[in-house]
Design a protein around this ligand. Structure first.
Ligand SMILES: Cc1ncc(COP(=O)(O)O)c(C=O)c1O
Length: 306
């Protein structure tokens, strides 16, 4: 399908040259796109139109976040209206939407007294959650704990600490990870050992967290983090027993359980949070992406009353 786009060939060439000289793209080598960058100019619902007028169905929904669809004027108008009134509060104060959003998140979250720390995206939400966990441990009797257990074949963001938690991570080529980072096996839907019941395998994978805690000393472990459904290296949907076992292990060893719902949060699995499917409440949930469907850079670290 084609749309009429009134941008001249000269202008397109100018933009391609400018991008080739001055722009970095996320997770792509410059030589892979220089001179032939995909440039989009219009979006409506599930459809997007590029600078040459080609219309596409965006089946991925941005990078997994366009839940409300492209081109929603009422969202754009709400952002415009707020920016005309007051765009950000002065230091140590709040704006009305910030308070109402925190209230709305708590209303949707299984713990209605949950409190949100608003951030500018998923990586920052993960950073915040890890800091919250360490501070919580410091205040509640495990002051020496600083280690964080995450899983291989996970992705938790692009900032310097968050890449440590992901694996394989860019920290493999960028020097030491955050001290105290421990990686355990992921749940893997595609590599269940022959003849093994998926539930038994899920519990076995979850038990890797326990083995790591026992090996390193539970007094030193502040938090464990995982995506409810990891997506960076294949989409892996675990049986409910996996997260139920993670909850038991976290409780047993007084480790803060962080669910990274940056991809799964706000309705992408049919419930507001993927962990709602399994009847467990993490201590902290990190969200971003579908929280705003990409209309503004916003994330949150949602902490339970505990
Ligand atoms: C599970 C998960 N956590 C964190 C992030 C980082 O979010 P952001 O790109 O908003 O910093 C992502 C991004 O894809 C993600 O998939």
């Amino acid at each position: 399908m084609n749309d009429q786009i009134n941008i001249s060939g000269e202008k397109i060439e100018e933009l391609q040259n400018l991008a080739s000289q001055n722009l970095f793209m996320h997770a792509q080598q410059i030589n892979d796109w220089a001179g032939d960058l995909k440039i989009f100019v219009k979006g409506e619902g599930v459809w997007v139109t590029d600078i040459n007028g080609n219309k596409y169905l965006d089946s991925l929904g941005g990078l997994w976040f366009k839940s409300a669809g492209y081109g929603r004027k009422e969202i754009a108008e709400a952002i415009y209206k707020q920016a005309c009134e007051i765009e950000t509060p002065p230091a140590n104060a709040a704006c009305i939407p910030q308070i109402e959003l925190a209230g709305k998140i708590a209303e949707l979250y299984p713990d209605k007294s949950a409190r949100s720390f608003l951030t500018s995206g998923g990586s920052e939400s993960v950073e915040t959650a890890v800091k919250m966990a360490k501070k919580y441990q410091m205040n509640t009797g495990k002051p020496g704990s600083y280690k964080v257990i995450s899983r291989r074949y996970s992705y938790h963001g692009a900032t310097a600490m968050a890449v440590s938690l992901g694996k394989p991570s860019t920290s493999d080529t960028m020097g030491p990870e955050m001290p105290g980072t421990i990686h355990v096996q992921n749940w893997d839907s595609y590599r269940i050992p022959n003849n093994m019941n998926p539930v038994d395998y899920a519990v076995q994978c979850a038990n890797e967290f326990q083995a790591a805690i026992l090996h390193t000393g539970s007094d030193t472990v502040a938090a464990m983090i995982a995506e409810p459904i990891s997506a960076a290296f294949g989409i892996h949907i675990p049986p409910k027993e996996y997260w139920q076992r993670l909850r038991e292990i976290a409780d047993k060893y007084k480790v803060v359980l962080i669910a990274d719902e940056v991809i799964t949060g706000f309705g992408r699995t049919g419930k507001y949070f993927a962990t709602d499917h399994w009847g467990i409440i993490p201590d902290i949930t990190t969200v971003a992406k579908s929280l705003t469907s990409g209309y503004s850079p916003l994330g949150a670290a949602i902490a339970t009353k505990k």
